[in-house]
Write a protein that binds this ligand. Structure first.
Ligand SMILES: Cc1cc2nc3c(=O)[nH]c(=O)nc-3n(C[C@H](O)[C@H](O)[C@H](O)COP(=O)(O)OP(=O)(O)OC[C@H]3O[C@@H](n4cnc5c(N)ncnc54)[C@H](O)[C@@H]3O)c2cc1C
Ligand code: SF4
Length: 328
């Protein structure tokens, strides 16, 4: 591991000042970054610890919830207003990692965690454009069972590993950012990038920019929402496919819906096409299947992961069916 300095920021202004220095990197719970340091995939000169900042969850009277970037995953999953207003978010978080990791991991760190593509971590023998731009991608023709079926490029077929972010994508979350040049906000669905020809760049975050908070706009029908994750083991495994959904019914018809998929793309995949297809349709198995098929029409499976198409179809349909039977 390359030596680095460690400083603990006292406030966001100080964090951004220190984070703007070349070679600086923010430290959340360290559950991803410390592994990357150990593997020398990240080699910062300075770590700026931001875990003491932005640790509040504010449930507003108008239905919004503002979540500080330093909030630990466990605290978010167990917060009473989150469980009541956005059960999909609580369920997504507890579907991830382990209790110990969730106790350490922060919201900001979860958004920024890097892919779990095995070739990315194998810098002894594998080619990886995300690790070293221009090197090539051994996953494209390699063992690619865990990889993307939507939005990939010939440069990278990795998936984003977060569960929490899939729920945030479904809920129209907004990410608040601070930079030495000022503050800005981005919709979560635009925060992560598709790989195109620069898979080394995961997000729209600028160098030195700090995530300060994530905001969930009011969505009254999200009381009828859930998350389902399909994986090789029932705990401590990343998603093969996951589905976050919220459903509003008007009698037997779909009045409104939010749908996002995990484990299928380089970013949490908001299923806008499926949503558009479903609004106003009868809340039946046939409508659910037609909607998810519209979303998956663009899927381009690799050698080992064509099964994800059917898995995503079946999981999304099952989740929507479950929500039609759920009392809000
Ligand atoms: C064995 C294992 C299994 C896991 N399984 C799952 C799983 O199933 N589902 C899932 O979703 N996750 C899973 N995780 C990932 C885990 O949730 C992430 O490691 C965690 O969310 C990262 O949060 P952290 O606070 O520890 O971030 P860190 O490791 O501290 O940082 C990660 C990145 O975020 C950056 N960063 C941190 N805070 C900020 C900020 N405020 N602004 C800007 N950048 C910031 C850091 O610079 C770094 O680049 C797993 C992790 C492990 C080790
Ligand atoms: S899929 Fe992406 S992360 Fe994996 S080897 Fe290819 S370029 Fe690297």
């Amino acid at each position: 591991m390359k030596p680095f300095t460690y400083s603990r920021a006292g406030d966001a202004a100080q964090a951004v000042r220190w984070g703007a220095r070349p070679g600086a990197k923010y430290l959340g719970g360290g559950t991803n970054l410390v592994d990357l340091l150990r593997e020398t995939l990240e080699q910062p000169d300075a770590l700026v610890d931001v875990t003491g900042l932005a640790t509040d969850i504010t449930a507003h009277d108008d239905g919004r919830i503002t979540i500080g970037a330093g909030v630990r995953n466990t605290a978010l999953a167990s917060h009473a207003a989150v469980r009541e207003r956005f059960p999909v978010l609580s369920r997504a978080i507890v579907a991830g990692a382990s209790a110990q990791i969730r106790n350490m991991a922060t919201v900001g760190g979860n958004l920024m965690q890097r892919t779990r593509c095995a070739y990315f971590y194998d810098d002894d023998g594998s080619r990886c454009n995300k690790r070293q731009p221009g090197q090539g991608c051994d996953a494209v023709d390699g063992f690619n069972r865990m990889h993307a079926i939507l939005g990939a490029s010939s440069h990278c077929v990795a998936t984003h590993p977060s569960d929490l972010c899939v729920a945030l994508a479904a809920l129209d979350a907004v990410v608040h950012l601070r930079h030495a040049d000022g503050d800005r906000s981005l919709p979560l669905v635009d925060f992560h990038r598709l790989p195109d020809d620069r898979p080394d760049i995961d997000t729209q975050l600028r160098p030195g920019e700090l995530i300060t908070a994530v905001e969930l706009p009011a969505l009254p029908f999200a009381t009828r929402s859930t998350y389902r994750k399909v994986r090789d083991r029932s705990s401590y495994a990343f998603a093969l496919v996951s589905v976050a959904a919220a459903l509003e019914l008007d009698g037997d018809a779909v009045k409104d819906v939010r749908l996002a998929l995990g484990g299928v793309a380089h970013k949490p995949w908001r299923a806008f096409k499926a949503e558009a297809h479903l609004r106003g349709k009868p809340a039946t198995e046939a409508s659910f299947l037609a909607a998810i098929d519209a979303e998956l029409a663009d899927a381009r499976p690799l050698r080992d992961n064509a099964f994800k198409i059917d898995l995503a179809r079946r999981t999304a349909t099952a989740v929507l069916r479950q929500l039609t039977e759920t009392q809000p």
